[in-house]
Design a protein around this ligand. Sequence first.
Ligand SMILES: *[C@@H]1O[C@H](CO)[C@@H](O)[C@H](O)[C@H]1NC(C)=O
Ligand SMILES: *[C@@H]1O[C@H](CO)[C@@H](O)[C@H](O)[C@H]1NC(C)=O
Ligand SMILES: *[C@@H]1O[C@H](CO)[C@@H](O)[C@H](O)[C@H]1NC(C)=O
Length: 377
Amino acid sequence: MFDIAPNFGALLVFIEHRYTSADMLGYLTSTRALADFAILITSLKQNLSPVDAPVVVFGGSYGGMLASWFRLKYPHVAIGALASSAPILQFYDITPWSSFNDVVSQDFKSESLNCFSVIKAVWDVLDERGSNETGLLELSKNFRTCKTVHSVSRLGLWLRAAFTTTAMVDYPTPANFMMNLPAYPVKEMCKIIDTFPPGADVIDKAFAAASLYYNYTGDQKCFEVEGGDDPHALHGWGWQACTEMFMPMTVSNESMFPPSSFMPEKRSKGCFMFYGVRPRMHWITTQYGGHKIDKVLKRFGSNIIFSNGMRDPWSGGGVLKKISSSIIALVTEKGAHHLDLRSATKDDPDWVVEQRRQEVEIIHGWIDQYNKDIARM
Ligand SMILES: *[C@@H]1O[C@H](CO)[C@@H](O)[C@H](O)[C@H]1NC(C)=O
Ligand SMILES: *[C@@H]1O[C@H](CO)[C@@H](O)[C@H](O)[C@H]1NC(C)=O
Ligand SMILES: *[C@@H]1O[C@H](CO)[C@@H](O)[C@H](O)[C@H]1NC(C)=O
């Protein structure tokens, strides 16, 4: 957006989500966030520029959901929205529950079958070796943890987070979104796994691959696997996932992760223990819709771009098909999580350059139309 704002002569405004601190979580809802945006944008227009200046909202991931919902709830405030990698259909029973983990697995499988099989094999080995104190001590050494781990499940989560997040940020150029990573990090992880001699220990392979994620810069002395700080401020997201952003997820038998089914009671109990709240499973679809979205929005909404990259695990919950002449889906086969919103680089592949070009063209169209409509009034 930094890149295209001058092209539009636009004022670029980043609006924060309020109430993310632990003592204010009770106020942290998407409804309040959207209302905040509406009040701030309206006041900025009154203070800074002609009141009629068109506003387009942009967001990626959860921000993309907010952008699309904002356009639908506040059409008098924003003339359009670019919702990048916005999983607005990842709720209730709309999207298959295994879709997220299926895409992660497919990303790794598409690099090499060996890579996929090694990762699939590691979980049982981990559980077996971590079943007693001696094994846990040994594993702590294998994983170079700062302190001896108390439970093998932490190591599993640590590995899983590395593979999952790397699938999300599988960008075609070096990036530092969640972590510092090289271009195409999934391919790089699989190269690491595939270069081990046959018969090498799967734990060593999986650890080396995860190290690409946790230690690409080479500055880690040891790994903090049992909790610790929250550098990406995901605490607020944890609360939201326990209240309105409750997304059912499972792991299918075909995945490279241990299969698991959806256990709403278990999650609800966890939420109650951690935050003292219980999830409202149906609230998002009640408030913003989602079921039969194509039919509902076809004659109601307008001026929304839903962009998705199919290598992004969240793409399954996104809008992947055009809904109307102005509710457009821009889908790239290779893209990762909101790649289109990242700054352009000289190494960007043609398909993302083209995706961004289309976005700018469509937004110009919205603004031209809006200016014509205003002139006629
Ligand atoms: C710990 O578990 C491993 C793997 O199950 C087993 O081979 C080993 O004998 C166990 N060691 C102790 C001290 O129980
Ligand atoms: C991180 O990478 C550096 C450079 O390769 C290496 O010396 C160091 O041991 C790694 N840290 C851990 C905890 O593995
Ligand atoms: C997965 O495999 C298990 C064990 O073979 C089987 O009981 C279960 O029905 C399978 N689940 C699905 C969704 O296919």
